[in-house]
Design a protein around this ligand. Sequence first.
Ligand code: BTN
Length: 325
Amino acid sequence: MRTRTAILNELRACGTWITGAAMGEALGVSRAAVSAHVRALRRAGYDIEAVRSRGYRFRAASEQLIAAEVHRLSKCQTMGQSTFVHHMSIHSTNASARELAEQGCPEGTLVVAEEQTEGKGRKGRDWASPPGTGIYATLALRPRLPLEDTPLLTLLSAVAAAEAIRAITTLRASIKWPNDILINGRKVAGILTEVSSDVDQVEFALIGMGLNVNTPAEDLPDRPIFPATSLAIEAGAPQPRAALLAKWLDLFEAEYTLLLQGKRHRLLERWKELANITGKHATIKRVHDSVSGTIEDIDADGALLLRTPDGTCVRILSGDVKFDD
Ligand code: BTN
């Protein structure tokens, strides 16, 4: 276990004052090392009292999405484990993760930011990313998957996000194909998947997740035809960002492991349950045209299968869905 996480565990478990010497002895590090780690934890937003004659006392956890808080709550073996990068403010976690991936960062590298100044959405849209209220996170992956399977990573990420919201809050999140997470018909989260590949093999994939957790209404984008919301607005109370991020990582890792083993059945079934779109009439806006019809299914690659009025079955890999009923 990392020393900083171990120090936090000791402080939390003891519940009262503990000296630097006692903590150092318990963890096998020097008193000076304990003191340096506690200073770093305070800089990261932890409220830890320090009194010369008594030692340290834990008062409150950091509100920031830093490694120690997320690791405490996550069971992951890979996601966010070997490399966890936390920024107070960055242009975009996807852009930052791309730089790391191009430099050869390991599978499961996680970039998290408290604020994004140029948060990116799909199709060149921006993603409102005000400080300290949402989750802005990108995983860098090196999946051994054929290129045509990469849309499944988006579905996987959306399933993990919807299930994480359901597990940590009382809210019933659903999925709108391919990557929007909705609550009561309003968008609360989105996934931006970017893939770098050679001819048919994935070099790396970036899975960016933006989730409006405690975002107030005035900081959400004003899009009347496509309204946004946050978990706090829907629940009527603030929601725990670190627990939500840790749960998303846990669920992502479990489903990703199955996908790499060729087991995609459960993922597709779960996606269909959470999306509840089969049989609905919809119009899909693609880059150059729109197509309307009845949604029949998604196929094994995550493509939407739409039956048009003339009876043709159209396979759609990307687009914006608008339900007609
Ligand atoms: C969408 O629905 O359009 C996708 C939104 C994805 C936003 C996230 S926030 C973290 C990551 N970094 C980015 O710049 N974008 C994604």
